[in-house]
Design a protein around this ligand. Structure first.
Ligand code: UTP
Length: 293
């Protein structure tokens, strides 16, 4: 059985929820503390054993390529000023792994973005990681899915329970059978109405696929929201071969929308020993201030 060694990171979306910040800057470059969100994703892929990454980019996304490239002038300046700690931080992203890029000419949807990387993947199993979710776990989230792929030899979709009133924001699974954290799935439904959601197990930005998913992505069928949806192809793939959902362990942070982004920033800052004390003081003062209203 072929091992999962390649990953696709789609990053060609318009990032409308963060406009105007994302007018000229990719949303994937928005930082949590001092690191762009996409670097957390690349690090998770590497820690999961991925050897080759392809990032699907689009218009206005050059900053992502620059971030994972070397920055000669900046590095020379830091060397001449003997700022070696900063030099290490600047060099780190370019040393992580081999990163390849492909352009999605139009943001036609997540399914289309994955399809754009088909020639890079060829006839191998592969992973997809979305930058909207950062997961912190003892065993990296993608590694948990790859372990499940190795066990089942089938595509595996990462899921997490979400509050019942938020099911309309996600792809939701309709599970038939559960074995530990692994589910056999009857249907994958994109953004169901809250009353019609078959469960509260939501698809969260981490996938492992057999290359057969491309048979369905090739058809380029347009689904919900006028976009070529990845969930529709997963649903079709599940009709010809088993697709499992895996409820991964770990904390998931939704950095693709404003409140989640702010919460993640606060949580990560509270884990940082240089920031924790002063941030807590600030937060306490804000709570007191707002309790008067
Ligand atoms: P999102 O819908 O969360 O990203 O897609 P978005 O469209 O950039 O953001 P909003 O909703 O307008 O704020 C999930 C992931 O899929 C990528 C996005 O870059 C994001 O990482 N994507 C989406 C593409 O690469 N191409 C697309 O056509 C759509």
């Amino acid at each position: 059985m072929k091992k999962v060694k390649k990953a696709i990171i789609p990053a060609a979306g318009l990032g409308t929820r963060f406009l105007p910040a994302t007018k000229a800057m990719p949303k994937e470059m928005l930082p949590i503390l001092d690191k762009p969100t996409i670097q957390y994703i690349v690090e998770e892929a590497i820690e999961s054993g991925i050897e080759d990454i392809i990032i699907v980019t689009g218009k206005g996304k050059r900053a992502i390529e620059d971030h994972f490239d070397s920055a000669y002038e900046l590095e020379q300046t830091l060397i001449s000023k003997e700022k070696f700690d900063l030099l290490k931080k600047v060099q780190e992203p370019s040393k992580l792994v081999d990163i390849h890029y492909i352009r999605q000419k139009e943001p036609k949807g997540l399914g289309h973005a994955v399809w754009c990387a088909r020639n890079f993947i060829g006839n191998e199993p592969f992973a997809v990681l979305l930058g909207d979710d950062i997961v912190q776990a003892e065993t990296p989230c993608l590694k948990q899915l790859i372990n499940e792929y190795d066990r089942t030899h089938s595509s595996v979709i990462g899921v997490k329970r979400v509050p019942d009133n938020e099911t309309n924001r996600y792809g939701i699974i309709d599970p038939i059978e559960q074995q530990g954290r692994s589910f056999q799935v009857k249907n994958f439904v994109e953004k169901p109405e809250i009353e019609k959601a078959p469960s509260n197990l939501a698809i969260i930005g981490r996938y492992v696929f057999t290359p057969d998913i491309f048979m369905f992505l090739d058809k380029q069928e347009v689904g919900a929201g006028g976009e070529i949806q990845l969930t529709d192809s997963i649903q079709n793939l599940n009709k010809i071969q088993r697709v499992f959902a895996y409820e991964f362990e770990g904390n998931r942070y939704d950095v693709g929308e404003k409140l989640g982004f702010i919460e993640t920033t606060i949580e990560f800052a509270l884990k940082n020993k240089d920031l924790k004390e002063n941030l807590l003081k600030f937060l306490k003062s804000k709570i007191e201030e707002h309790e008067h209203f």
